[in-house]
Design a protein around this ligand. Structure first.
Ligand code: ADP
Ligand code: ZN
Length: 657
């Protein structure tokens, strides 16, 4: 009897290597095929990863069957391997992002999804401006040539960037290629979907965490079979097994939500560029406030910049006024901002107030003894939310009813709210302007996307006069009658040791400002700040993005910080404080010693406890040319952990908590 052939099968689990399986006699198979195999007493699905056996010499089990589906293409396999190596994640976990569905062929989810094809001859009746035309043509040429070419599509909000990439997409679709569009906040894509629908006559398929399991599986199968022309989705949509991808769009490329902080820790914008390179296709990064990383790539000639110079249809950029809050230390809404709101109401225009702080007040304490309520499992104070009548931990979501007595001094009803959160601003505005139609939109409402869509629709239709909200208001919306944007606390993001604090604050405030005056009526932005001379405020007021970026660049370059140097973080966490500390110290003793790298730490993390796990951190700073991954893999790989202590590596960290 001839020995059975052996194959390597990669399984979507947190293990860094494929397993050997024997192929049943007569079964045809190729690398990339999806197969069902027995694993740890169950059956599971995996991908044939190679045809040679590994050096495993135990007893091998047999492949149960080969799925009747297209294979995972070599391009997608290569991408999975690349991301695993770059992020130092077990390759099975990355594969899981490409196979994020329960592949049970017996369920009715196998039903075929009815996909309507975009109408490529329909015209909305708009003709592109000269700048738009030139940008679209350049991208279209790269699509035709099937070249890897990264573009930065750079233009102020409302300059018509979306129109440009929709137009470029058409060429990819005509060639029968798949297109993926990544957006930062999928729950807010109603306006984007409408736009697409108007242009192409159909809705594109979506990919996000809110899909039902059945729809998820149907969509995934359709993608693998190459039947989906366009997928619009959150960052995870990048990893789906497109066999025929021809164009990638990353809208709002600077958005911090492209960084995934759990499971596989990756920056989707950066990985999208890698995906485009592996598949030899153009990629368009879109932003009015591009990240310093992307700008540096343009400066160094790796990306091509396409610029739209002005707002479409000649709408002016809003006038920005900095309000020095040192003159009004006792107000949350300064008199000038209040007057501007009143004027706007008179003129039947809309206003938006922005405060990136959820809840009623950032701080709740006992008037009697000063006691503050803390989350039992995180290093984090509890924040009062009046709407739900509860105190909430913003780290882990733990909540409790505001206790009637202080747990410390037992005083009754002694808790007082300090400082404003968005709910408190809302309360104050409804009192100041009792006749105005006020609404509030916060990220707490994101779990009910329909409610959010309905509210956005009402604001767009001018059924709301004043909208008050957090970050979710900043993104992408087009409200024709919105002429005033008030930023309640422009300084909010500036404190803390985050390397990108200024850049992010600038981006966020610029984006919020862009909601004002998008059509005929001129817009006005008021920034309330205690630091009117801060470079971020100066840049926003003078609308001088490029000088601001230049100053940021010089500073980062001087400190050899990204994108001029590399960073990696190592986080040690576990439920036993002593174990965590011991592992951290053990790591410290074997820390790499290399002229091009600096190891900072270990120190207890600023967020010293999260969901009951104690946390310590290292930060590793390295020259651009060092192979940070190899170094980290050798270092961290050589450590035996204790108890449930986990060592997490974060390449290119965005969070330093
Ligand atoms: P951005 O993506 O840069 O914020 P958009 O593409 O959303 O800008 O364009 C802003 C507004 O201008 C939208 O309402 C859009 O429909 C309109 N618009 C853009 N380009 C054109 C054009 N060439 N002709 C007519 N309207 C346009
Ligand atoms: Zn907590």
């Amino acid at each position: 009897m001839t020995p059975q052939p052996i194959v390597q099968v990669l399984l979507p689990i947190a293990i860094d290597r494929p397993f050997d399986y024997a192929v049943p006699t007569g079964m045809e198979y190729a690398v990339g095929d999806l197969v069902e195999v027995p694993f740890r007493g169950k059956t599971t699905f995996g991908v044939v990863w190679g045809k040679e056996a590994t050096d495993y010499c135990g007893k091998v089990k047999e492949v149960l069957r080969r799925l009747d589906s297209p294979p995972l293409s070599p391009e997608n396999q290569k991408f999975v391997t690349w991301v695993a190596r770059y992020t130092l994640t077990p390759i099975g976990m990355v594969l899981k992002m490409a196979l994020p569905v329960a592949l049970n062929p017996k369920t009715k989810a196998r039903k075929i999804l009815d996909i309507r094809l975009p109408n490529l001859d329909q015209r909305e009746g708009l003709s592109l401006s000269g700048d738009q035309e030139a940008a679209a043509a350049t991208i279209q040429k790269a699509i035709e040539e099937e070249n890897f070419q990264p573009f930065l599509l750079d233009g102020v909000t409302g300059s018509g960037k979306t129109e440009v990439y929709l137009s470029a997409m058409e060429v990819a679709l005509k060639k029968g290629r798949q297109v993926v569009v990544l957006l930062p906040e999928i729950a807010l894509t109603a306006q984007w979907l409408n736009r697409f629908q108007r242009r192409f006559g159909v809705e594109p398929l979506q990919w996000h965490s809110g899909l039902s399991p059945a729809l998820r599986q149907q969509t995934w199968v359709a993608i693998l079979e190459g039947r989906t022309p366009v997928i619009v989705g959150a960052r995870s949509a990048l990893f789906l097994p497109y066999p025929n991808l021809g164009l990638i769009i990353v809208d709002e490329e600077h958005d911090p939500s492209y960084k995934q902080e759990e499971q596989v820790i990756y920056q989707a914008r950066d990985m999208a560029v890698v995906r485009a390179k592996i598949g030899q296709m153009p990629i368009v990064l879109v932003s009015a406030t591009p990240s310093l990383e992307t700008i540096t790539n343009v400066d160094q000639g790796r990306y091509q910049r396409l610029v739209l110079k002005s707002r479409h249809g000649g709408a002016l950029m809003p006038r920005t006024q900095v309000i020095d809050m040192r003159h009004y230390p006792h107000n949350w809404i300064s008199p000038p901002l209040q007057d501007a709101i009143a004027q706007g109401l008179q003129a039947k225009e809309q206003a938006m107030l922005f405060l990136n702080r959820r809840g009623y007040a950032p701080l709740t304490l006992c008037r009697g003894c000063g006691h503050r309520l803390m989350c039992p499992t995180c290093t984090s104070w509890l924040v009062e939310h009046k709407r739900s009548g509860r105190l909430q931990c913003h780290q882990c979501g733990y909540s409790l009813k505001l206790p009637p007595n202080c747990p410390e001094c037992k005083a009754e009803g002694s808790f007082i709210a300090c400082g404003p959160g968005v709910e408190r601003i809302y309360e104050q505005i409804t009192q100041t302007f009792p006749h105005a139609r006020c609404e509030m939109l916060t990220s707490d409402m994101m779990s009910t996307p329909n409610q959010v869509h309905e509210l956005i629709r009402r604001v767009t239709a001018h059924e709301v006069d004043i909208i008050i909200g957090t970050q979710v208001l900043a993104k992408g919306h087009h409200f024709p009658m919105m002429t005033l944007v008030g930023v309640v606390d422009a300084d909010l993001g500036l404190s803390g040791g985050d390397l990108r604090a200024c850049e992010r604050t600038y981006q966020l405030l610029h984006q919020v400002s862009g909601r004002a005056g998008r059509e005929q009526r001129p817009g006005r932005v008021m920034l309330q700040t205690f630091n009117p001379s801060h470079p971020v405020m100066v840049a926003l007021a003078s609308q001088d993005r490029d000088s601001f970026i230049e100053a940021e660049k010089i500073e980062r370059e001087a400190r050899l910080m990204p994108p001029f140097g590399r960073l990696g973080a190592v986080i040690i966490s576990g439920t036993d404080r002593h174990h965590v500390e011991q592992v951290a110290k053990q790591l410290a003793r074997s820390a790499p010693f290399h002229p091009d790298i600096t190891v900072l730490g270990p120190v207890p993390a600023p967020l010293a406890q999260l969901r009951g796990r104690h946390r310590w951190r290292f930060l590793i700073k390295a020259a651009k040319s060092t192979s940070l991954q190899d170094l980290l893999a050798r270092w961290v790989g050589g450590i035996k952990t204790l108890g449930n202590v986990r060592i997490t590596v974060d390449i290119d960290p965005y969070s330093f908590l």
